[in-house]
Design a protein. Structure first.
Length: 466
RNA sequence: UCCUGGAUAGCUCAGUCGGUAGAGCAAGCGGCUGUUAACCGCUUGGUCGCAGGUUCGAGUCCUGCUCCAGGAGCCA
């Protein structure tokens, strides 16, 4: 088929000058000249820039419609593409006809006025905020980052596996879960002991929304060697912070015949690759975020590509923190988990770039992480990014059945996760993987401070609007 | 969930000692201009988050609630 050109095609120079052109989109602003014409800035979202449309007073609907256009009106314009006579843009569309597709009912109360809005306010009109520069840019960044992630894994032999959203494992080990049920909450079936009888529920047992696709991913890793998941994930934690969502997207590669060092290398190369792709694909959008939200953004992203990440063991990290001379609110002691303030120090002040911390104490990490030979630590790693904190968490998985059983037993996991044990009973292999919070990477890549601005419609405690 | 701060015009905010509401932007009208965060003039626009209380009188003081933001915990 033959596609209608969009603004991006004009900006990229793919549309011939002096040639007929039809564009459709939304009015950002209108400026009238008493020289006998008006300027309308048309955006169609295809790229950061809009295109200036020049409308002569001789147009049939100039008085009746064009002079009444306001921000948000949808229009279709046909005319000729010209080199712009004015400053500020290379091209402009000299219109022969302008058709109003949709008016804005009440321009005064149109939520996206021709002025600056706070991000907090725009969250309250999340259905209209994609029309702003910021959220249009964010949507394009989000898409380009997704595509880059798929591209990286595809290029390196990883298969995308769609792991289930609904799970019956109530102990996936990562926080509170949302219950999935078709039971009538007003008339819950009870068993003899007075407990809710979940055997009558849709799945014949309790079911939840997944908090991670990792365990299912491992099943495919132990057959296809290299796989990754990329999909929605749910946490019912009552977390009210700028870094948490109840529904978010996670990327979880799992690699067979790999150890911790290998997966750390993969994680670093992966981040460098997707950031590099982003810099190439979204120059104008990154320029905007750098100009308006974080002056150091572009430089920081270029650093990710050109500088190797810092690496240290947990034991070294503790030592660095203890010798830092900094007064921390929480104690720094071998065996305790690193707090936000510690992670921030390591990434922002000590290394001033992403840091990979490896070999954490076994006691503070998840059951599936592989015990190291020292008997105290496990083959876990976190990547800490300046301004974000933990952006990736990963590990080599415990492939030795006896050791896995030892760690599953106290958690009572053997019953529900028999299938997970099977992966060690039948042709077990060393393997490793990591989880990446997609929106956390996106906030890092855009310089935005609140993760709620990195997802189209944020779900957080107390709010599932739109 | 905890700590701190906040809620006043469509938006961002000011509002003194408790005395009946103000600005900028937006919007509307007019002027000017190959304009582009335009500019100049005029105009419209308010259940001061909700519910109680104190007071002759509450945007202002008190209590409770709701919502929002930042930080913490949990985590990705």
């Amino acid at each position: 088929m033959r596609w209608q050109p969009q603004v991006v095609d004009v900006i990229m120079g793919k549309v011939a000058l002096d040639a007929p052109l039809t564009l459709a989109g939304w009015v950002r602003s209108r400026r009238d000249s008493k020289g006998g014409f008006s300027f309308v800035l048309l955006h169609d979202g295809s790229c950061f820039d809009g295109l200036q449309v020049v409308l002569d007073a001789s147009l049939a609907n100039y008085e009746t419609e064009i002079l009444k256009l306001s921000a948000g009106c949808s229009i279709r314009v046909s005319g000729v593409l010209l080199a712009s006579q004015g400053k500020g843009q290379a091209y402009e569309l000299k219109a022969d006809t302008l058709e109003v597709l949709g008016w804005v009912e009440d321009p005064e109360s149109y939520p996206i006025a021709k002025k600056r809005h706070t991000l907090e306010y725009l969250r309250s009109v999340a259905h209209l905020r994609p029309r702003t520069n910021t959220f249009g840019a964010m949507a394009r960044m989000r898409n380009s980052l997704s595509q880059a992630i798929h591209r990286y894994f595809d290029a390196h032999g990883f298969f995308w596996v769609n792991t289930p959203i609904i799970t019956a494992s109530d102990c996936e080990g990562a926080g509170e879960m949302f219950r999935v049920s078709t039971l009538d909450f007003l008339k819950l079936p009870r068993n003899a002991a007075g407990q809710v009888d979940f055997s009558q529920d849709f799945f014949g047992k309790e079911a939840f929304l997944t908090v991670s696709g990792q365990l299912n991913g491992e099943a495919f890793c132990t057959a296809l060697s290299r796989i990754y998941t990329f999909g929605p994930t749910f946490r019912a934690e009552n977390s009210n912070t700028s870094r948490h969502l109840a529904e978010f997207w996670m990327v979880e590669p799992e690699m067979a015949f790999a150890d911790l060092a290998t997966i750390a290398d993969v994680a670093e190369a992966f981040l460098q690759s997707v950031v590099s792709d982003l810099l190439n694909a979204r120059d104008a959008d990154i320029a905007f975020f750098t100009e308006h939200y974080d002056k150091q953004l572009r430089g920081r992203l270029e650093n990710v590509i050109h500088q190797p990440f810092a690496r240290m063991s947990y034991t070294e990290a503790v030592s660095i923190l203890q010798k830092s001379g900094k007064e921390f609110q929480f104690p720094v002691q071998w065996g305790l988990d690193l707090q936000s303030e510690h992670e921030r120090f390591l990434a922002e002040e000590y290394a001033k770039r992403p840091v990979i911390v490896m070999d954490y104490p076994e006691a503070i990490k998840a059951f599936y992480m592989r015990r190291n030979d020292d008997g105290k630590t496990c083959a876990a790693m976190d990547i800490l990014a300046p301004g974000i904190g933990e952006i990736i968490g990963g590990s080599q998985r415990e492939e030795r059945l006896a050791l896995l059983d030892e760690k599953m037993a106290p958690l009572g996991l053997a019953e529900n996760l028999g299938w997970y044990r099977d992966l060690r009973r039948y042709g077990t292999i060393p393997h490793a993987g990591f989880g990446l919070g997609f929106e956390r990477l996106l906030t890092y890549a855009t310089g935005m401070e609140n993760i709620r601005d990195a997802i189209p419609f944020p779900r957080v405690p107390g709010s599932a609007e739109f």
